[in-house]
Design a protein around this ligand. Structure first.
Ligand code: GLU
Length: 297
Protein backbone atom coordinates (compact mmCIF):
# COMPACT_ATOMS: atom_id res chain seq x y z
CA UNK A 1 0.00 0.00 0.00
CA UNK A 2 2.76 2.34 1.04
CA UNK A 3 4.78 1.39 -2.03
CA UNK A 4 1.78 2.00 -4.26
CA UNK A 5 1.18 5.45 -2.89
CA UNK A 6 4.87 6.32 -3.37
CA UNK A 7 4.60 5.20 -6.99
CA UNK A 8 1.44 7.22 -7.46
CA UNK A 9 3.21 10.24 -6.02
CA UNK A 10 6.17 9.72 -8.34
CA UNK A 11 3.89 9.42 -11.37
CA UNK A 12 2.06 12.55 -10.39
CA UNK A 13 5.41 14.31 -10.10
CA UNK A 14 6.29 13.28 -13.67
CA UNK A 15 2.83 14.33 -14.82
CA UNK A 16 3.36 17.71 -13.20
CA UNK A 17 6.63 18.32 -14.99
CA UNK A 18 5.15 17.13 -18.31
CA UNK A 19 2.12 19.33 -17.82
CA UNK A 20 4.33 22.31 -17.12
CA UNK A 21 6.31 21.67 -20.29
CA UNK A 22 3.14 21.27 -22.32
CA UNK A 23 1.65 24.48 -20.97
CA UNK A 24 4.76 26.50 -21.71
CA UNK A 25 3.53 29.72 -23.27
CA UNK A 26 6.78 31.65 -23.37
CA UNK A 27 7.33 32.35 -19.69
CA UNK A 28 9.14 29.38 -18.14
CA UNK A 29 7.03 27.38 -15.67
CA UNK A 30 7.72 27.71 -11.99
CA UNK A 31 9.62 24.71 -10.59
CA UNK A 32 7.19 21.85 -10.12
CA UNK A 33 9.37 19.13 -8.67
CA UNK A 34 9.22 18.04 -5.05
CA UNK A 35 12.95 17.69 -4.72
CA UNK A 36 14.79 19.83 -2.24
CA UNK A 37 18.36 20.87 -1.45
CA UNK A 38 20.84 18.29 -0.09
CA UNK A 39 19.90 17.38 3.46
CA UNK A 40 22.57 17.91 6.13
CA UNK A 41 23.22 14.49 7.64
CA UNK A 42 25.97 15.61 10.03
CA UNK A 43 23.87 17.78 12.33
CA UNK A 44 24.41 17.69 16.08
CA UNK A 45 22.17 20.02 18.05
CA UNK A 46 22.30 20.74 21.77
CA UNK A 47 19.73 18.89 23.87
CA UNK A 48 16.72 21.08 24.53
CA UNK A 49 17.32 23.32 21.51
CA UNK A 50 14.54 24.10 19.05
CA UNK A 51 16.59 22.55 16.24
CA UNK A 52 17.13 19.31 18.20
CA UNK A 53 13.42 19.07 18.85
CA UNK A 54 12.57 19.55 15.14
CA UNK A 55 15.35 17.22 14.01
CA UNK A 56 14.25 14.45 16.37
CA UNK A 57 10.63 14.84 15.27
CA UNK A 58 11.86 14.63 11.63
CA UNK A 59 9.29 17.22 10.71
CA UNK A 60 8.87 20.98 10.49
CA UNK A 61 5.61 22.87 9.97
CA UNK A 62 5.95 26.01 7.88
CA UNK A 63 3.27 28.62 7.23
CA UNK A 64 3.32 30.22 3.80
CA UNK A 65 1.01 31.74 1.20
CA UNK A 66 -0.81 29.38 -1.15
CA UNK A 67 -2.07 31.95 -3.69
CA UNK A 68 0.98 34.07 -4.47
CA UNK A 69 2.73 33.18 -7.73
CA UNK A 70 6.56 33.31 -7.53
CA UNK A 71 6.65 33.16 -3.69
CA UNK A 72 4.10 30.64 -2.46
CA UNK A 73 1.61 29.13 -4.90
CA UNK A 74 0.02 25.78 -4.20
CA UNK A 75 0.56 23.27 -6.99
CA UNK A 76 -2.80 21.52 -7.34
CA UNK A 77 -1.13 18.28 -8.42
CA UNK A 78 1.47 17.91 -5.68
CA UNK A 79 -0.51 19.88 -3.09
CA UNK A 80 2.70 21.72 -2.16
CA UNK A 81 3.44 25.41 -2.41
CA UNK A 82 6.07 26.53 -4.92
CA UNK A 83 8.07 29.73 -5.10
CA UNK A 84 10.92 31.58 -3.43
CA UNK A 85 9.43 31.41 0.07
CA UNK A 86 8.94 27.66 -0.28
CA UNK A 87 12.56 27.32 -1.44
CA UNK A 88 13.81 29.27 1.58
CA UNK A 89 11.80 26.89 3.78
CA UNK A 90 13.39 23.87 2.11
CA UNK A 91 16.89 25.34 2.56
CA UNK A 92 16.31 25.81 6.29
CA UNK A 93 14.71 22.39 6.76
CA UNK A 94 17.63 20.73 4.96
CA UNK A 95 20.06 22.39 7.39
CA UNK A 96 18.13 20.84 10.29
CA UNK A 97 18.40 17.45 8.56
CA UNK A 98 14.77 17.44 7.39
CA UNK A 99 14.08 16.60 3.72
CA UNK A 100 11.61 18.66 1.68
CA UNK A 101 9.00 15.90 1.74
CA UNK A 102 8.93 16.05 5.58
CA UNK A 103 7.88 19.70 5.59
CA UNK A 104 4.27 20.19 6.51
CA UNK A 105 3.04 23.28 4.68
CA UNK A 106 0.19 25.24 6.25
CA UNK A 107 -1.53 28.08 4.45
CA UNK A 108 -1.12 31.38 6.23
CA UNK A 109 -2.86 34.50 4.98
CA UNK A 110 -1.56 37.91 6.03
CA UNK A 111 -3.75 38.27 9.12
CA UNK A 112 -3.12 34.89 10.75
CA UNK A 113 0.67 34.79 10.62
CA UNK A 114 1.31 36.11 14.15
CA UNK A 115 -1.56 34.10 15.74
CA UNK A 116 -0.40 30.86 14.08
CA UNK A 117 3.10 31.40 15.50
CA UNK A 118 1.82 32.34 18.94
CA UNK A 119 -0.49 29.31 19.05
CA UNK A 120 2.32 26.96 17.98
CA UNK A 121 0.38 25.89 14.88
CA UNK A 122 3.51 26.48 12.80
CA UNK A 123 7.22 26.38 13.62
CA UNK A 124 8.05 29.19 11.21
CA UNK A 125 6.28 31.57 8.84
CA UNK A 126 7.91 32.32 5.48
CA UNK A 127 5.25 34.31 3.67
CA UNK A 128 6.32 37.63 2.10
CA UNK A 129 6.43 38.66 5.76
CA UNK A 130 7.74 42.15 6.48
CA UNK A 131 9.89 42.57 9.59
CA UNK A 132 8.52 45.54 11.53
CA UNK A 133 8.56 46.85 15.10
CA UNK A 134 4.88 46.23 15.74
CA UNK A 135 5.22 42.54 14.85
CA UNK A 136 8.52 42.25 16.73
CA UNK A 137 6.64 42.97 19.94
CA UNK A 138 4.86 39.63 19.70
CA UNK A 139 7.07 37.41 17.53
CA UNK A 140 10.73 37.16 16.53
CA UNK A 141 12.19 37.35 13.04
CA UNK A 142 15.23 35.84 11.39
CA UNK A 143 16.51 37.51 8.24
CA UNK A 144 15.81 39.50 6.19
CA UNK A 145 16.32 37.25 3.18
CA UNK A 146 14.92 39.74 0.63
CA UNK A 147 13.87 43.41 0.50
CA UNK A 148 10.69 44.19 -1.43
CA UNK A 149 8.88 47.52 -1.76
CA UNK A 150 5.21 48.46 -1.79
CA UNK A 151 3.70 49.45 -5.10
CA UNK A 152 0.40 49.70 -7.00
CA UNK A 153 -1.31 47.61 -9.66
CA UNK A 154 -4.14 48.94 -11.82
CA UNK A 155 -6.35 47.57 -14.58
CA UNK A 156 -4.76 47.04 -17.99
CA UNK A 157 -4.44 50.34 -19.85
CA UNK A 158 -4.67 52.24 -16.54
CA UNK A 159 -8.14 53.72 -17.20
CA UNK A 160 -8.11 55.78 -13.97
CA UNK A 161 -4.68 57.26 -14.88
CA UNK A 162 -3.06 56.42 -11.54
CA UNK A 163 0.64 57.13 -11.37
CA UNK A 164 1.26 57.49 -7.62
CA UNK A 165 -0.43 56.63 -4.31
CA UNK A 166 -1.68 60.23 -4.02
CA UNK A 167 -3.86 59.72 -7.10
CA UNK A 168 -5.94 57.32 -4.98
CA UNK A 169 -7.56 60.01 -2.83
CA UNK A 170 -11.32 59.44 -2.98
CA UNK A 171 -10.87 56.11 -4.80
CA UNK A 172 -11.27 52.48 -3.77
CA UNK A 173 -7.98 50.65 -3.36
CA UNK A 174 -7.77 47.00 -2.40
CA UNK A 175 -5.39 45.73 0.28
CA UNK A 176 -5.27 42.64 2.49
CA UNK A 177 -6.32 42.47 6.13
CA UNK A 178 -3.44 42.28 8.55
CA UNK A 179 -0.88 43.35 5.95
CA UNK A 180 1.72 46.06 6.30
CA UNK A 181 0.49 47.26 2.89
CA UNK A 182 -2.95 48.22 4.24
CA UNK A 183 -1.44 50.17 7.18
CA UNK A 184 1.10 51.90 4.91
CA UNK A 185 -1.64 52.88 2.46
CA UNK A 186 -3.86 54.35 5.17
CA UNK A 187 -0.95 56.35 6.58
CA UNK A 188 0.28 57.54 3.22
CA UNK A 189 -3.12 58.46 1.67
CA UNK A 190 -5.70 59.01 4.43
CA UNK A 191 -8.28 60.02 1.79
CA UNK A 192 -8.16 56.68 -0.06
CA UNK A 193 -10.95 54.14 0.61
CA UNK A 194 -9.05 51.00 1.56
CA UNK A 195 -11.14 47.90 0.77
CA UNK A 196 -9.92 44.80 2.62
CA UNK A 197 -9.92 41.17 1.50
CA UNK A 198 -8.20 38.25 3.20
CA UNK A 199 -5.93 37.31 0.28
CA UNK A 200 -4.22 38.91 -2.69
CA UNK A 201 -5.86 36.65 -5.26
CA UNK A 202 -9.26 38.04 -4.14
CA UNK A 203 -7.91 41.59 -4.41
CA UNK A 204 -6.77 40.90 -7.96
CA UNK A 205 -10.26 39.61 -8.84
CA UNK A 206 -11.84 42.80 -7.44
CA UNK A 207 -9.42 44.89 -9.49
CA UNK A 208 -10.14 42.92 -12.64
CA UNK A 209 -13.88 43.32 -12.10
CA UNK A 210 -13.55 47.08 -11.66
CA UNK A 211 -14.68 47.06 -8.00
CA UNK A 212 -11.52 48.93 -7.02
CA UNK A 213 -9.33 51.39 -8.94
CA UNK A 214 -6.07 49.81 -7.77
CA UNK A 215 -4.61 47.21 -5.46
CA UNK A 216 -1.58 47.78 -3.29
CA UNK A 217 1.04 45.52 -1.81
CA UNK A 218 4.66 44.51 -2.40
CA UNK A 219 6.05 44.76 -5.94
CA UNK A 220 6.97 41.05 -5.68
CA UNK A 221 3.37 39.94 -5.14
CA UNK A 222 1.97 42.31 -7.75
CA UNK A 223 4.55 41.17 -10.31
CA UNK A 224 3.61 37.55 -9.67
CA UNK A 225 -0.13 38.15 -9.99
CA UNK A 226 0.32 40.16 -13.17
CA UNK A 227 2.44 37.41 -14.70
CA UNK A 228 -0.70 35.22 -14.70
CA UNK A 229 -2.78 37.76 -16.62
CA UNK A 230 -0.69 40.42 -18.31
CA UNK A 231 -3.54 42.00 -20.30
CA UNK A 232 -5.74 42.45 -17.24
CA UNK A 233 -3.24 44.40 -15.15
CA UNK A 234 -0.60 47.13 -15.36
CA UNK A 235 2.06 47.80 -12.73
CA UNK A 236 2.55 51.41 -11.66
CA UNK A 237 6.33 52.00 -11.77
CA UNK A 238 8.18 52.64 -8.52
CA UNK A 239 7.89 51.62 -4.88
CA UNK A 240 7.08 53.79 -1.88
CA UNK A 241 8.20 51.64 1.09
CA UNK A 242 10.87 49.10 1.99
CA UNK A 243 9.61 45.66 3.01
CA UNK A 244 12.36 43.46 4.45
CA UNK A 245 11.12 39.85 4.36
CA UNK A 246 11.85 37.87 7.50
CA UNK A 247 11.17 34.39 8.80
CA UNK A 248 8.68 34.63 11.64
CA UNK A 249 9.45 32.54 14.72
CA UNK A 250 7.66 32.19 18.07
CA UNK A 251 8.85 34.84 20.55
CA UNK A 252 11.86 33.80 22.60
CA UNK A 253 13.26 31.10 20.29
CA UNK A 254 16.56 32.95 19.97
CA UNK A 255 18.48 29.76 19.20
CA UNK A 256 16.29 29.18 16.16
CA UNK A 257 16.62 32.79 14.95
CA UNK A 258 20.42 32.54 15.12
CA UNK A 259 20.41 29.15 13.43
CA UNK A 260 18.26 30.44 10.55
CA UNK A 261 20.45 33.53 10.17
CA UNK A 262 23.48 31.23 9.90
CA UNK A 263 21.64 29.08 7.34
CA UNK A 264 20.82 32.22 5.32
CA UNK A 265 24.41 33.43 5.56
CA UNK A 266 25.57 30.08 4.17
CA UNK A 267 22.92 30.18 1.43
CA UNK A 268 24.03 33.70 0.42
CA UNK A 269 27.67 32.57 0.28
CA UNK A 270 27.33 29.18 -1.45
CA UNK A 271 24.98 30.35 -4.21
CA UNK A 272 21.90 28.42 -3.06
CA UNK A 273 19.97 31.62 -2.24
CA UNK A 274 20.60 33.05 -5.74
CA UNK A 275 19.81 29.70 -7.37
CA UNK A 276 16.52 29.52 -5.44
CA UNK A 277 15.68 33.05 -6.58
CA UNK A 278 16.60 32.33 -10.21
CA UNK A 279 14.40 29.25 -10.51
CA UNK A 280 11.36 30.92 -8.92
CA UNK A 281 10.73 34.67 -8.61
CA UNK A 282 13.74 35.56 -10.76
CA UNK A 283 12.03 34.11 -13.83
CA UNK A 284 9.65 37.06 -13.83
CA UNK A 285 11.26 39.65 -11.55
CA UNK A 286 14.77 39.45 -13.02
CA UNK A 287 18.20 38.97 -11.48
CA UNK A 288 18.55 38.63 -7.71
CA UNK A 289 19.51 41.83 -5.92
CA UNK A 290 22.52 41.94 -3.55
CA UNK A 291 22.04 39.96 -0.34
CA UNK A 292 20.35 41.97 2.40
CA UNK A 293 22.21 42.55 5.68
CA UNK A 294 20.96 40.22 8.40
CA UNK A 295 19.40 42.09 11.30
CA UNK A 296 19.86 40.11 14.42
CA UNK A 297 23.65 39.95 14.83
N1 GLU B 1 5.00 42.30 3.15
C1 GLU B 1 3.74 42.80 3.59
C2 GLU B 1 3.34 42.19 4.90
O1 GLU B 1 4.04 41.39 5.45
C3 GLU B 1 2.66 42.61 2.56
C4 GLU B 1 2.59 41.24 1.98
C5 GLU B 1 1.72 40.28 2.74
O2 GLU B 1 0.66 40.69 3.27
O3 GLU B 1 2.07 39.12 2.77
O4 GLU B 1 2.33 42.51 5.46
Amino acid sequence: MRRLSRLAAALLGVAAVTLAAACDSGAPPIELSNSGPPVDTTVNFAAGSTMRHLHDAEKITIGTKFDQPLFGLKNPITGRPEGFDAEIGKLIAAKIGIPANRIEWVETVSANREPFLQQGRVDAVIATYTINDQRKEIIDFAGPYYIAGQSLMVRGGNPAKISSPDDLTGKNVCAVEGSASSTNMRNRVPGAHVVLFDSYSKCAEALKNGQVAAMTTDNTILGGLRSLDQDAFDLVPGTFTQEPYGIGIRKGQTDFVRFIDDALRTAFADGSWSAAWDRTAGRILGAAPPFPDLESY
